[in-house]
Design a protein around this ligand. Sequence first.
Ligand code: GDP
Length: 140
Amino acid sequence: MSEMERTLAIIKPDAIARRIAGEILSIIEQNGFRIRAMRMLRLDRAGAEGFYAVHRGKPFFPELVEFMTEGPIIVLALEREDAIKKWREVMGATNPANAAEGTIRKRFGESIQRNCVHGSDAPETARFELGYFFRELDLV
Ligand code: GDP
């Protein structure tokens, strides 16, 4: 049996603006994740740049920061067995055009940038990203 694990999920500004946050939360629950913490906030420029620091210098970085600051986001700490890998499966590939049928990005994503959701890609990243938004005490 695999280990319980936590990952950081984000419902991005495009999804909030289009009022599909509730639907995405349902999908999260239907896929067996426990929501251990959840918060709505709006990132400022420094906040978005810090979160996506690994992408600094890439051609899409300024556009990505612009997008992630255009409106509120919902950040979530999700828990289940194999949470990191499983949440990335449920999200689908970064580019909705390449995402598998039934995934969130296939169903709702508008472009490689406006793809509705974020998920940590490895245990190290998950630790950094969970800590970026939550203190240990916030995790229930
Ligand atoms: P993820 O882990 O699947 O979210 O993908 P990445 O870590 O590679 O990229 C982070 C985010 O940057 C993506 O979810 C997109 O919102 C955006 N992004 C990635 N690649 C591109 C790109 O080629 N063009 C644009 N405009 N945005 C991108």
